[in-house]
Design a protein around this ligand. Sequence first.
Ligand code: B3K
Ligand code: ZN
Length: 851
Amino acid sequence: SRAMKLADYQAPGFSVSDIYLEFDLQDEQTRVTAISQVQRVDSAIRDLELDGKKLILEGLWINGTQTEVSLTEQGIRLTEVPDQFELRIETLIDPVNNHALEGLYKSGGAFCTQCEAQGFRRITYFLDRPDVMARYRVKVIADKQDCPYLLANGNLIDSGDAEQGRHWALWEDPFPKPCYLFALVAGDFDKLEDQFTTHSGRQVELQLFVDKGNVSRGQHALDSLKKAMAWDEQKYGLEYDLDIYMIVAVDFFNMGAMENKGLNIFNSKYVLADAASATDQDYFNIESVIAHEYFHNWTGNRVTCRDWFQLSLKEGLTVFRDQQFSADMASAAIVRINQVRVMREHQFAEDSGPMAHPIRPAEVMEMNNFYSVTVYDKGAEVIRMLHTLLGEQGFRKGMDCYISRHDGQAVTCDDFVQAMEDANQRDLSLFRGWYSQSGTPVISVDCEWDESTQQLRLDLTQKTPPTADQAEKQPLHIPVAIEVVPVSGQGEGRSEVLSLTGQQQRFTFENISAEPAVALLTGFSAPVKVDYQSTPGHQLAVILYASDPVARWDACQQLVSDAIFTIAQNDARTVPDFPIELFAGLLEQAQTEPALIAEMLELPSFETLAQQRDRIDVDALLGARKQLKTLLAEKFSAQWQRLFIQLSNPQYDYQQQQVERRRLSGVCLSYLACTEASLDILRQAYKHSDNMTDTLAVLKACQAENLPLFDELMQDFEQRWHDDPLVMDKWFALHAGRQHPGCLSTLQLLMSHGRYSINNPNRVRSVMGTFAFYNTEGFHRRDGSGYRFLTDYLLELDAVNPQVAARLITPMIQYAKLDENRQQKIRLQLLRLFEHKSLSRDLYEKVQKAL
Ligand code: B3K
Ligand code: ZN
């Protein structure tokens, strides 16, 4: 398998204006008839090559004449075709045995599809590339009893009965689209219905399809959809464009959801919620994913990607839009803090590992490997920087220009930046480097305040370390937001966005009369690391007096990180004093800003800490973090207890103030669990909880501290929830994440549990995903048994579902920061995979890069 290169892009030689698809749905043998109207657009290209995978070709006709084809590596070739013709293709496919969950497959009793990025070629032979856009008419035929609902993109135009207890429906989507946005669903569901009237008065039917018996868990998703529709009109002037919007929740799904035109298909995890079974975080995620897929209707569907290297064109932009939406719906500061965590824990790690790539990759072997935290989340950060540089209004002007200029087209990231430039008359040529350069820039800061001249001088230097894919790096245009606050807390602070464009640059501030503390990168204004030796005193001033909540949280994290590293290095019993003073202050104020203070009281995760050093000592770092946690728990045990009691809520409601209190109360519990006297509190909290958020907080606290109570409560939990797969995922994850000597045998047990199935990605992620990503101690066992365990499993999983397997390997390829012994143990396992005969392209690409 070879890599594809962005530089080799060629426009298609043929276009397809219209396609008619007919599906005769049967479990193991579905017949697909595809009739396309094909036109040659490049007279130099004589043969038509079509993509196809795992298809049985039953027949192919050009203008009604049956024609022979030759097979290619990718599909088929039709030689010397006419300039314009009707192409009819009949294929057979096998949905029931399709466990890769790409193309047409069965989820439980329902037929459904997933075509992005290249799944359509598993349905019929076609030009499976996003710059070929056609109008679709789709006829779905299936058994009436098994599949009362027959759905596809667009509007229903006809339906009727067929022989042998079957029936059919005919759908038409008026908007030309790439085949990755095609979708079909046939099955039996419960349906929730609602309506939305757009700004210009269009009446839209909203339909949400869920598994039978789940109606009461669908309301939040439907409400979220209406909020998203209203928000996009108000914020960007973008309205929905069809008469119907359907969302179907399925249990077997590789990712979160899919934005198919007019027919979104969702992982049920991002649809179903009620107080008893879903956490506040679940409610939040549902709202954000529902919005994300809805926002794709404009940023992705109406304006789509020319080729898959441009994926961030739609994903970075749509993630940015869903972040803006979430910030408006909930607490902006907390939403931002969590996004910063994602960047630091996962994206920085990707940048420093073997899969490093720019947000617009230049080379791809398996496209599914590039639905990455870089393309998505760093992509969103790049859009955010544009927003920062152009301002709210300038950004909106650029968006208006982008949408009106490219509606109905398949375009590039460059087209997007060009629209931003043109609408604002700004030169963004240096900024464009963010699209082609991978890696995390490091900004070093040299800062001096001169009392006599009242000047503050900042020297900023940027340097991007080489990455696996790129040795040479250029300076970038980096917006560095800063806030200067007086250390004494007396007097005014100052906020500004500095534009760092050179490798080194000096900024001078006049009239700084009192000693200042400087907060750098406020709001996380760029996806970079900052190297700045501040003092605990200055960090404290930022925590106390800065106006930017993200900067306050960040200073707090930095102060605590420094303490953890000090403990780890000294291997010492001595803990520096400053975190203790800090916590005393935070605990006192906790009630005034519960949400922010909860985030501040949360110790930086192991993953975040790991990204701050070139080499890490896993054991020392885990030990130090634990030591600090226990110390803070004991020192303030009375405060944690008092606060926890004060925070109890009346009956559960997913409402901001309650969410914030529950979050803080969960943090209290996590400290309380480290103290001896807490057993009764934990037990009572579990017993009296009326919602999943509080219940899970108890279980997590017991798990983290390995309390015997954990097993007792988990048994009770299993008894209550064993019939509910989404809740059982939480149970699986709690077991799989528990750090204890027997954790590998626990994993074995979990995987032989009656509710586990290797065919269901949610189950796999909750057990093996949690283990590999978050059970640091177990996964990184010195003897390498954690790595071997994951590898054994990957070999099995890869044959079933390569996409999910390739996600799970992530923690094992990011080994550069580990000690030599662990690195060697990992390489041994990677070699095992590499030598495996039938390794998927997905895993092959990652393993080969990691070795
Ligand atoms: N566009 C889909 C992701 C498709 C992933 C294919 N492997 C969901 C989303 O980002 O909205
Ligand atoms: Zn998306």
